[in-house]
Write a protein that binds this ligand. Structure first.
Ligand code: NAD
Length: 498
């Protein structure tokens, strides 16, 4: 990883140049502004987003299809494809300050975190998949002596990528980097809440030498632009990250107009199992607090359900409340990595309403449970880190993904009880296990229904090699790792009489 100096940055939000555009055939395409885009830090509408309907989507998909069928992207030596992708990653890194400001302005990502994590993580993710471009082969099959059989891996064609708003650059990279490395053309639809940093990515791709039409981008809302993209007949695969409800709609669209393959990275409600033998209570408390307050809990794998051995409850709650109290909210453009805003007022209302329903159903609010005062934060969308003690299992705060800084707390007396509480009816994205007993950790890992389990730590850093994805309704298929690259290929069997 490249080293970044630790000089703090902040910026003036009104002086950032916003690329309000689609990106088709290698150039920005301005459209009529339709959708207001607000800054979560202060609620101000700072741009109008053009929205591609069926015609705009058709233009982008047709262009991507032409680039795939007639262009060089996958016909050229795969090593050259890898070289262009690596050059793209270098340009992204060199553009770190501008990209970080653009990312921070309209999202929940504080500018320093965007500069030190999101941008370099995105560049490094592209490099990771660039390495696969020329390092995969097919198979030669054992057939009769008079024939030769082989299986050739080929790109799928045009991949539609639909991204969420919680880590706009990083999630876009998860979607598009493996698809492009495998030789596909891509049409990306960023979230309408965080649409702009991806335009800059597309511009840098062209500068890196990616042929026009290989990476197109259409802006707009899910029901209009997203739906038109998923239903377009020239789309060969859809890769999506977002909520489980939207994932179902996308799968339906792909079934009705295809069937076409999907990769779906969906919601979660991840448990953190804490056993009484943990050696360092303070360290575990910090890990648990970060896992639910990072990005204000707007993380698919947020550790949102604490399942803790009863004897540890009081000291852990005390430490968590202290960790939560130390977080100071502030606009994303401030230096010092303030506690993040909630992405929109709609999402803020949804969090408040769920906590209200949880309380009505018997949850006890141990701390938080309310918005930060808007006067204090200049009108932005901020919610206090919240601890909810849950007696009954049947509570909305347990059943539903809140996607905010809300941690539920349940206690257990033994391992079986812990596992029973950890199991979720709907989700199986991730889990954390905290114990000094390695045998117990492995026993529990084997029985948890989760696509990722962290032991005595929580969250990803820069480990691209391990695939990520969900069990149950948390998803289908995997991002990252070799699995993500291979999910963007299809296989052709060839039999030759010799
Ligand atoms: P969302 O489902 O509301 O939107 C995601 C994207 O889908 C957006 O670009 C949106 O415009 C688009 N969309 C909405 N309706 C559509 C439709 N009918 N057809 C096509 N596209 C449509 O999700 P969000 O609120 O942006 O993101 C938060 C969700 O994403 C959470 O549930 C979170 O858990 C999940 N997430 C999962 C992962 C993972 O790896 N599993 C990672 C990040 C976020």
């Amino acid at each position: 990883m490249p080293a970044f100096d630790s000089e703090r940055i902040a910026f003036e939000p009104d002086r950032v140049a916003i690329p309000c555009a689609h990106f088709i055939a290698g150039r920005r395409v301005e459209g009529e502004g339709r959708l207001p885009v607000a800054r979560p830090s202060d609620g101000r509408v700072y741009a109008e987003l053009p929205e591609a309907g069926e015609v705009g989507v058709d233009e982008a998909v047709s262009d991507a299809s032409r680039a795939f069928r007639c262009g060089d992207w996958w016909r050229q030596a795969p090593r050259e494809r890898g070289r262009i992708l690596r050059r793209w990653a270098d340009l992204i890194e060199a553009d770190v300050d501008e990209l970080a400001k653009l990312e921070a302005l309209g999202s929940s990502r504080p500018v320093e975190q965007a500069r030190d994590w999101d941008v370099p993580y995105t560049a490094e993710g592209i490099r990771f998949f660039a390495e696969f471009a020329d390092k995969h082969g097919g198979e030669v099959a054992a057939t009769a002596a008079s024939s030769l059989g082989m299986q050739i891996a080929e790109p799928m064609g045009v991949v539609a990528a639909i991204a969420p708003w919680n880590f706009p650059l990083a999630m876009t990279c998860w979607k598009i980097a493996p698809a492009l490395a495998a030789g596909n053309s891509v049409v990306l639809k960023p979230s309408e809440l965080t649409p702009f940093s991806a335009v800059r990515l597309a511009q840098l791709a062209i500068r890196a030498g990616m042929p026009p039409g290989v990476f197109n981008l259409v802006q707009g809302s899910g029901p209009v632009t997203g739906e038109a993209l998923c239903r377009h007949p020239q789309i060969d695969k859809v890769t999506f990250t977002g909520s489980t409800a939207t994932g179902r709609r996308i799968m339906t669209a792909c079934a009705e107009t295809g069937p076409r393959p999907v990769t779906l990275e969906l919601g979660g409600k991840s448990p953190q199992l804490v056993f009484a033998d943990i050696p360092d209570l303070d360290r575990t408390a910090r890990t648990l607090a970060r896992a639910i307050t990072g990005n204000a809990g707007q993380v698919c794998v947020a550790g949102s359900r604490l399942v803790i051995e009863r004897s540890l409850l009081a000291p852990m709650v005390e430490r968590l409340m202290a960790e939560f109290a130390s977080l100071a909210p502030g606009p994303t453009w401030q230096s010092g990595s303030p506690f993040s805003p909630i992405i929109s007022s709609v999402q803020l209302d949804r969090i408040a309403a769920t906590v209200g329903r949880a309380r009505d159903a018997g949850a006890e609010v141990l701390c938080g449970g309310e918005r930060f005062s808007p006067q204090q934060e200049g009108g932005g969308c901020f919610y206090r880190p919240t601890l909810l003690a849950i007696g009954e299992r049947d509570n909305p705060a347990i059943a539903e993904e809140i996607f905010g800084p809300v941690l539920t707390v349940q206690t257990f007396e033994n391992e079986e009880e812990a596992l029973a509480l950890a199991e979720h009816e709907v989700y199986g994205l991730a889990a954390g296990v905290h114990t000094a007993d390695l045998s117990r950790a492995l026993r529990v890992v084997r029985r948890l229904s989760a696509g990722t389990v962290w032991v005595n730590r929580y969250g990803r850093s820069h480990d691209y090699i391990l695939p990520t994805g969900g069990y149950k309704c948390s998803g289908i298929g995997r991002d990252l790792g070799r699995a993500a690259f291979e999910a963007n290929l299809r296989h052709k069997s060839v039999l030759i009489d010799i």
